[in-house]
Design a protein around this ligand. Structure first.
Ligand SMILES: Nc1ncnc2c1ncn2[C@@H]1O[C@H](COP(=O)(O)OP(=O)(O)O)[C@@H](O)[C@H]1O
Ligand SMILES: [Mg+2]
Length: 373
């Protein structure tokens, strides 16, 4: 089974899953593998480990795509037929750029960008990173400069948060609290029009902060743009269920991750989002380690001496237990998926932090379909 079969012809590939399972690694490897096969691919990473970011040329915050030098692949013996571009999501900057594009004039723009409510909204509100990742992909999707866009997803505790991000932003814009501020209401022309200054003056003295005047300014300026942003959010949300979007679930073989993945698969079904396959990463492979621990111990004793042989044998037995546990968990997921694709990537001895490491991951993701020279 090769991941290439799952995403060939697709325009967007979303790698979702719980935190720490290998989403960033997998998305970079998928992008690299597809680029090697001749496509022009961009990967949007969210929180790459520093060493991986460095080896992708993303040492500074790079909200813009950068091409990875073809020579680097040659050095690792990889035949690169296409192009690999990478970038890192800067959620705050993506918000700022969206405001910049939508503000009617420079004064409104500056008022919003400098506003403390906005600054809170664009960095602290749950789901905004998730939303901005999709927003950024949608932008690139519309521009149409790439054959394939691979999206890593933020390290949310719950993978489902990601699916609900566009909806949550829309809900926020529709919410009563926001509408109260936006709607010409009880105070006259606009909730924060003439006459409300007095009320705010009093509240400000009580709360001792400028919070209310910030709110007034923000909602005044933001109000006219809110509808546009809301419409945009619903289009961005539609990208999730677009037939040319591939949805891959990345998971580890641990029990809790598998439980979450099963829940995630069911939720996708409920939401009508097409599902293209699961990638189980960091699997302890039992291959090549059959035989009893006792047998191993007696074989090793001759070589290592009794003490060391016992320790190695114990280690071996532990590993085999973990491998058996992994295998049971993977089977549990496989049963849930029915015939849907499932690709396994073993746990490597080392972290995956450079092009060579990604190439190893590719060998498994694109099994039987290698491009390594
Ligand atoms: N198959 C693997 N074998 C060994 N280490 C791995 C493997 N996949 C990922 N890693 C390492 O695990 C850590 C977490 O991976 P990462 O892709 O950043 O996870 P996530 O993006 O889901 O939080 C990284 O240090 C990465 O190098
Ligand atoms: Mg990550």
């Amino acid at each position: 089974m090769s991941v290439a079969d799952l995403i060939e012809g697709q325009h967007v590939c979303i790698c979702a899953g719980a935190g720490g399972v290998g989403k960033t690694t997998t998305s970079a490897a998928i992008a690299m593998g597809m680029a090697a096969r001749g496509h022009k691919v961009a990967v949007l990473t969210i929180d790459p480990a520093k060493r991986l970011a460095t080896s992708l040329g993303l040492s500074e915050l790079a909200n813009e795509e950068r091409r990875i030098e073809p020579e680097i692949f040659a050095r690792h013996g990889i035949e690169m037929r296409g192009e690999l571009w990478a970038m890192m999501l800067d959620a705050k900057r993506t918000w700022d750029e969206m405001i910049d594009r939508r503000a009617p004039d420079a004064r409104t723009r500056d008022a919003i960008l400098g506003n403390r409510i906005y600054q809170q909204l664009s960095t602290a509100v749950a789901g905004t990173t998730e939303y901005m990742a999709l927003e950024r992909i949608y932008e690139l999707h519309e521009e149409g400069r790439y054959d394939l866009l691979v999206l890593d997803t933020p390290p949310t505790r719950n993978a489902l948060d990601f699916l609900e991000a566009p909806e949550r932003l829309s809900r926020f814009i529709d919410s009563r609290s926001l509408q109260i501020f936006l709607r010409p209401g009880i105070f006259g022309v606009r909730a924060f029009g003439r006459g409300t200054g007095l009320v705010f003056g009093v509240l400000k003295r009580i709360t001792g902060s400028d919070l209310l005047s910030d709110m007034s300014e923000f909602f005044g300026a933001f109000g006219d743009m809110a509808i546009g942003i809301r419409e945009r959010a619903s289009r961005v949300g539609e990208l999730l269920s677009d037939p040319r979007t591939a949805f891959l679930l990345v998971t580890s073989p641990r029990r809790d991750a598998i439980d979450e993945s099963i829940g995630f698969r069911r939720r996708l079904r409920e939401l009508g989002i097409p599902f293209d396959g699961a990638i189980v990463n960091r699997v302890h492979e039992a291959a090549g380690v059959d035989g009893s621990a006792e047998g191993v111990e007696s074989d090793l004793a001759a070589l290592l001496g009794a003490d060391l042989a016992r320790k190695v044998a114990e280690n071996f037995a532990d590993y085999r237990r973990v491998a058996e546990r992994d295998s049971l968990n993977v089977e549990r997921l496989r049963r849930e998926l029915g015939g849907e694709p499932l690709v396994r990537v073993p746990l490597f001895d080392d972290d995956v932090h450079d092009i060579g490491g990604l190439a190893h991951v590719c060998e498994h993701l694109f099994a039987g379909d290698a491009v390594t020279a």
